[in-house]
Design a protein around this ligand. Sequence first.
Ligand SMILES: [Zn+2]
Length: 255
Amino acid sequence: MNADDEGWKTVKNKYVSKGSRNVEKNMGVSTSNGLNTLDPSSSQVPAQTILKAAKYLEEVGLQEKEFILIRTFSIQRMYRKLRGEFPKCSRRRLICNNYGAPRWVFILYLNLQGRLQIIDRIAKWSQIEDLTCPLCAREPQTTEHLFFKCEMTSQMWERLLEWQGIKKRAQGWSEEVQWAEIHAKGQSAMANMYRLCMAACVYHIWMERNLRIFQGKSRTKEIILRLIAQEVHNRGNQYKKLTRKLQAMKWYPRD
Ligand SMILES: [Zn+2]
């Protein structure tokens, strides 16, 4: 008995109940040389299922001969092969393990997805004359600039970092996210406070940007920082693990 015969025997034993039934007739098989010999028009459910599965085997790069030699089959492994390998989504942790208000976390989520409608994205499909950052009125408004390369937002973020006891310069959005993925994962008070402050800061910067564009009003960074600090205290004090951390921090970020 060669390998093909052996493999085919396995397929038959797997998909057809044992007994006196005529196996090949039930499965619509004309010969017993392999899957190509199955006749879908005359087959019942098991053979049709096998034929449909052949499409997925091709997708994962498995040849028919290789497949029938497999002795054990793992649905989980097949699913992973079909899905492809992705790096573990550590960005998700910034969202899922975030004690911030739902509206903060939602804006942070959109920003992590690159879906906040920053002007440079809108400008790709519409005619917008003013592409300048409404906060500093100097640089083009992009995600990287607004979070946190802008003169105003970088100072705000650095003061929030210092407030938490983190010595670090503010960077562009992609670098900030990379830093957070490495240093602000886990359930320590520091990591939780960082994620909370990041969500609050992104949200309030976005609100300030909208306020200036759509209502022509503006607030100073000191006012926004005080608002962020008050709201971080309110949210953080609802969670035991952050209460002690907040007690060790000053009431407001230092000027
Ligand atoms: Zn700016």
